[in-house]
Design a protein around this ligand. Sequence first.
Ligand SMILES: Cc1ncc(COP(=O)(O)O)c(C=O)c1O
Length: 371
Amino acid sequence: MIPVYEPDLTELERKMLCDAYDSSWISSKGKYINLFEEKFSEFLGVNHSITAGNGTVTLHLILRALDISDGDEVIVPNFTYIASANAIKYVNAVPVFVDCENDSWNLNVKDVEKKITNKTKAILAVHIYGQSVDLDPLLELCNKYNLYLIEDAAEALGTKYKGKMVGSIGIAGSFSFFGNKTITTGEGGMVVTNNDEIAKKIRKLKNQGNSSNVRYWHDIIGYNYRLTNLQAAIGYGQMLRVNEILDKKNKIAKWYKKYLNHELISHPPEKNYSKDTFWMYSILLDKKLESYRDTIMKILENKYRIETRPFFYPITEMPMYKMYKDEEFINIEKIYKRGINLPSSSTLSEEVVKYISKSIIEVLNEVVKYK
Ligand SMILES: Cc1ncc(COP(=O)(O)O)c(C=O)c1O
């Protein structure tokens, strides 16, 4: 089976992991935590990178550090992974959902302004599937209404917005290192920020709210959201290879564009402000094939041994978020039942991408014949 994603791990990461193990510093203290954070800061061009257990708690930490709490409103796209919305609920704030653009899968900036009220505290922009959100208009809104811009860049390590790394542009950015992410530590996450005060608060919150000068004195309710040195060792190794991984992902996207051509498929939208990293190379089936999407995916899996993923459901379709559905999300409705994430791991070869493309074309032709 060709997996939709698999970690790209080499001897280098194994060596780092074994070194951490042999040092016996296997918990959340040890040299690899610092090395990983420093390398990440250097790559992103930020002052602070703070490791955490995953890319959900990183969002929770950011919202807590910004004192977002009871009844505050946070604007978030309705087309995203559930974690972006859940983190808002963890702090008892109110998620305010926006549609995606009609020509990209990212949040619709024009809709954002309509949803700002005197309770709005932040905009949580999510760079979906590796493409950057148009951040300048959001920054303008943040200035105008005195809001924070938070970036959920879990899916977009290395993506650039007008030449700048995403995640580094808002007040704070969040990354995930789950096994299917551009770099992985198994589970893991990172908060990045240029703000010293926020960085200090996040370090304290992730570490049980420990006072910095009196041991075992806690003056806020914090969490144990720490990453281990073992995970950081893998992460450091991955960061030494990050440019190689990103180059490969760029090649994979080029191969898909070259080999996967069919009138009933459209390729990911590309905006001139975004240098996309194609975390998950994703296609949209023509509207005519909407009801066949799941069958097409099943055939790919059973007959061709190719694993794919459906697009995310709109968050407001889920039982816990139904009450926040304040409008029809027309553009998301148009895409989410037609979208497929294709195998995208940086371990893929050109031959395999060619095989996947050829198989998809074969399946589409079959489906069209019998439709
Ligand atoms: C957009 C987005 N935000 C947050 C997360 C949460 O990251 P994690 O799975 O590391 O908790 C993910 C992970 O899949 C994601 O895609």
